[in-house]
Design a protein around this ligand. Structure first.
Ligand code: ZN
Length: 62
């Protein structure tokens, strides 16, 4: 059985979790940390670093 050390685990994790790159400052963050889903199905992206905000991102589901 293969056991991952912490570095390998972190690498695997970042590969599994989708990330988003800020178009303004190039900060890369995990999607679930920077995207906020609204009740009207719009999605807001907000960069935690430069506070750049994009509204009404249309997700292509279905
Ligand atoms: Zn940014």
């Amino acid at each position: 059985m293969k056991k991952l050390n912490n570095d390998q685990f972190e690498e695997e994790r970042s590969r599994l979790l989708p990330t988003v790159k800020c178009p303004k400052c190039s900060y890369i963050a995990e999607m679930n940390h920077v995207l906020t889903a609204q009740s009207n199905q719009n999605v807001i992206y907000k960069c935690p670093q430069c506070h750049y905000e994009v509204r009404n991102i249309h997700t292509s589901k279905g």
